[in-house]
Design a protein around this ligand. Structure first.
Ligand SMILES: Nc1ncnc2c1ncn2[C@@H]1O[C@H](COP(=O)(O)OP(=O)(O)OP(=O)(O)O)[C@@H](O)[C@H]1O
Ligand SMILES: [Mg+2]
Length: 244
């Protein structure tokens, strides 16, 4: 499900007010689109969509984890996001930070293993950045992701290239920051970031795991996609699918 675009009439009025009259200046449409942002309720919708994607791919993520871990990644993630969605529905979020924090607490409290505390920390730290914001744009998203990644690294002590979720999250952040600096529209920025995420998740096959349960396998971890890298990729895909 996508976030509904601004209705045509609203958009026309918006253009008129921006261009100081009824004349729509060249490039004005793009200028307005760049300003378009995601509200708190829409963030809740996106998190709900993420939960559906994870649920739909639960078995796939477990299969990836069965090859190099204990086969529970899909179940762990689905359980956590299921509780997050229930809690988000029960407790209205005033700000984007509230929605992210509610999600974080559900992940931390309901997901066992490594990924619960790690994804929980990512959402918690991101929520700290967005705590006073009711509108999310690309640059705020990037600040949130940057802080979230710092949290994952502080907690899990992994760096790029150790066959973890970070092998998707770090390149995605770099891609989104580049797009933001170049003034690329949000949807396009996520399209590029999604291509990066898919490529990087696939490339974790080539990496030998040196963190987490998969590291016990040593060289035998090579040849398999990291489940956490794939769940991060699925999250990015859902954000891309959800925004207009
Ligand atoms: N130190 C770490 N830093 C970042 N990500 C990590 C780290 N350790 C593991 N991961 C990620 O967590 C994923 C595994 O998550 P999962 O839900 O299966 O937990 P788990 O490994 O079964 O936990 P446990 O071994 O504690 O039971 C890996 O695929 C990897 O992406
Ligand atoms: Mg596991």
């Amino acid at each position: 499900m996508g976030i509904p675009a601004l209705r045509a009439e609203e958009f026309r009025l918006f253009l008129e007010s921006e261009s100081g009259g009824s004349l729509v200046l060249p490039g004005a449409e793009e200028k307005i689109r760049k300003k378009m942002s995601i509200l708190t309720e829409q963030v809740v919708v996106i998190i709900t969509e993420i939960a559906k994607t994870i649920e739909a791919n639960k078995q796939y993520l477990c299969d990836l984890d069965a090859a190099i871990g204990d086969g529970d990644h899909g179940f762990n993630m689905a359980r956590g996001f299921d509780v997050a969605v229930k809690n988000l529905a029960e407790k209205p979020s005033e700000t984007i930070g509230d929605a992210l924090k509610t999600t974080a607490m559900a992940l931390i409290s309901n997901v066992g293993g490594a990924s619960g505390p790690l994804y929980g920390t990512l959402f918690l730290r991101a929520g700290g950045v967005a705590k006073d914001f009711k509108v999310l744009n690309l640059s705020l998203f990037n600040e949130c992701l940057k802080e979230g990644i710092a949290g994952v690294q502080a907690r899990g002590k992994a760096v790029l290239g150790e066959k973890t979720m970070l092998d998707v999250l770090i390149p995605v952040l770099e891609s989104l920051e580049k797009s933001s600096a170049e003034g690329v529209l949000c949807k396009k920025a996520f399209e590029t970031a999604l291509a990066v995420a898919q490529e990087c998740a696939e490339k974790t096959k080539e990496i030998k795991a040196t963190k987490g349960r998969a590291s016990y396998l040593g060289d035998r971890s090579i040849g398999h996609i990291d489940p956490g890298a794939m769940s991060s990729c699925l999250i990015i895909r859902t954000i891309y699918d959800s925004i207009t």
